[in-house]
Structure formats: C-alpha cells, structure tokens
Design a protein around this ligand. Structure first.
Ligand code: ATP
Length: 313
C-alpha cells in the first residue's frame, strides 16, 4: 500500500468531460483505426485529480463508478503520469494519484481521458517541469485520442483519430442534459464493429467537419446547433442498445431541441434552449420514469487546469 504523507507536496487539477457535436467516421483503415472528423465540446462535468509525491507509484479512485476503474498501471491517468515522468527525466520521486470521478465510466464522455489530461497538468505543475500544453500534446495523444482535446477544452475540431485538435470559433453557451443508459453490449470496439457491418458494401466518404456545423457555432444559436448534431456511430449504438433510441424519442417529445449519442455511447446528450429548459427537461425525464438519472452541464468550458485544493463535491 502506497503511503501519502499529509505534508507531501501535492497539486490538484480539474478536467472536463466532452460531448461530440459531430462525429464523422470513415471506412476502417488497414491498421484497424477509423479516420474521424469530430467536433468536440468540453462540458462542465468535471474530474479532479490530485498528484502527491509518494514512496511508490499508485492510484486511488473515489466518487462515481469508482469500483469500475482499474487501480493498476492500466489506469490511463497513471499511465499518463508515468509517461510524463519519462519525458521530464531526472530523479523524480514517484507520485500517488487520487482521482475524484463525476463522469460516468465507459459512457462515451471520455471520463478516463479527462483523468489522464488532469494527471498531466497536475504532475507538470508538481514537478515544475515548465512544459506548455502544446508540449504535453504528444504525450496526451500517446495515452488516448481524446486526451489532447481535454487538455485544451473549449470547442474544437478533432481529426486523425481525434487527437489532432484545431480550435473552432464558437459563440454562446449551450445547456445539456445527459442521460446514462445501460452499457451492456456497447463497448467502443463493438460499436465500431457494428458500424463496419452497417456500412459494408457502401462507399463511406472520407469524414470532414461540415460547414453547417461551423456556421451554427459561429452563430451561437442552440436551435441552429440542434439541427446539425450528427453522429455516424448512432445507428450502430441504437442497434446494440435500443434503449438509446427510446430515450431520444421521449426527450424530443419533452421539448429537447436536439439529441445525440455521445461518442460511442451509451450516454444520450440532449440540447436545451436555456438553463431553465434543461431543468424542465431533466424533471420531465425523471418524473416520467424515462430516465433513472440525468446529469446537467453547460459548455464550452476550459480544459485541464490546476485548482487551488481538492473539491470533493
Ligand atoms: P470515450 O468517450 O473516450 O470512448 P468513455 O467515456 O466511454 O471513453 P472511460 O470512462 O473513459 O470511457 O473509460 C473506458 C474504460 O477505460 C473503462 O471501462 C476502464 O476500464 C478503463 N479506464 C482506465 N483508466 C480509467 C480511468 N482513469 N477512468 C475511467 N476508466 C478508466
């Protein structure tokens, strides 16, 4: 068991979850990856990661779904911290990470990637490494495709496997309601396999961000954005988990402006016209029994950043 002294130097960083406003998927490449053109938005549902100097490398996970998260070296926040230590070099003492989770695990909102982004920022500050976010990007991309975006936050286009980030000129603030649905049968590889099946024999165009999405974001108008939300993985996700389709239909009936599967699912992201609209939608979904649980958050928000002290709320 790793021990962390109360007095050990420690830094806490906070990173957001994401929703994909647009997820264009191309035909599978020879290396098994699908080329992506995505538009990410960082939303105000946060993970906090404290990095403290310790006598051995380790990780403790607290909060939502903590029991589902590995605490060995397969934890991607720990992997990120160890990769950064290799990059920084020198005689660094090991670090113990304490992760406080709020983002559903394996929900398509990139909670694990947020932990990795927060771990990079916390360790960089703990070691006073003097690395900019641009200098952290290659390590972030090595850990996972969504990690570079969660370092930077805001609204951005992601290309390649999603790891090549270009900020987008976006106005306004958007109010989201997220509905976690059952994850059974909906692993990311299974969703991509089903996408391949559903598109077999069809010409799948090279994905690119749509001009209509860019225009809606420049306008800063939630209704315009709602009309252009698209996710090429959505038919596959609904095929594997029909509950997703039912939630989308019910939410549109309750006045959501738009609905989309977040990433490869199974979380459904619903766009409301205002904060009050999001509260009304959340109440309608839970009171009617359509959803057991809903999460509300606005976006865009900042990427991973140091916060003064752990806030375990
Ligand atoms: P994405 O949207 O990027 O596909 P996700 O939100 O669906 O990601 P995550 O919660 O990021 O999924 O994690 C997926 C899997 O990664 C989990 O089932 C878990 O086993 C593993 N994992 C490794 N490290 C972490 C971590 N720090 N937090 C959460 N999951 C982790």
């Amino acid at each position: 068991m790793t021990s962390v002294l109360e007095t050990a130097p420690a830094v806490t960083a906070r990173a957001p979850a994401k929703v994909n406003l647009e997820l264009g998927v191309g035909a599978v490449r020879e290396d098994g990856y699908h080329p992506l053109a995505t538009v990410y938005q960082a939303v105000g549902l946060h993970e906090d990661v404290t990095a403290a100097t310790a006598d051995a490398w380790g990780v403790t996970v607290r909060g939502r779904d903590a029991e589902l998260v590995p605490t060995d070296e397969t934890n991607i926040a720990l992997r990120a911290a160890m990769l950064l230590a290799d990059e920084v070099g020198g005689d660094l003492a090991p670090v113990h990470l304490t992760i406080h989770k709020r983002v559903p695990v394996a929900g398509g909102m990139a909670g694990g990637s947020a932990d990795a982004a927060a771990a990079l920022v916390a360790c960089e500050a703990l070691w006073a490494a003097g690395l900019s976010k641009a200098e952290l990007d290659p390590i972030a991309a090595q850990v996972g495709s969504d990690v570079p975006f969660l370092l930077h936050g805001g609204t951005a286009v992601g290309s390649g496997r999603g790891e090549i980030i270009t900020p987008v000129l976006a106005k306004g603030s958007y109010h989201w309601v997220f509905v976690p649905t059952p994850a059974e049968g909906l692993s990311t590889p299974e969703v991509y396999r089903t996408f391949d099946e559903l598109t077999e024999g069809r010409r799948v165009p090279e994905p690119e961000p749509s001009p209509a999405m860019m225009a809606a974001l420049r306008l800063g108008d939630a209704e315009a954005l709602a009309d252009v939300l698209t996710n090429d993985l959505q038919p596959a996700a609904i095929k594997l988990q029909p509950r997703i389709g039912e939630v989308i239909e019910a939410a549109m009936g309750f006045g959501a402006l738009g609905a989309i599967v977040s990433g490869s699912g199974p979380t459904v992201a619903l766009l409301a016209g205002s904060q009050e609209g999001a509260i009304d939608l959340a109440v309608a979904l839970t009171a009617s029994g359509v959803a057991d649980e809903v999460l509300r958050a606005s976006g865009p928000v900042a990427g991973a950043h140091v916060i003064p002290a752990p806030r375990l709320t």
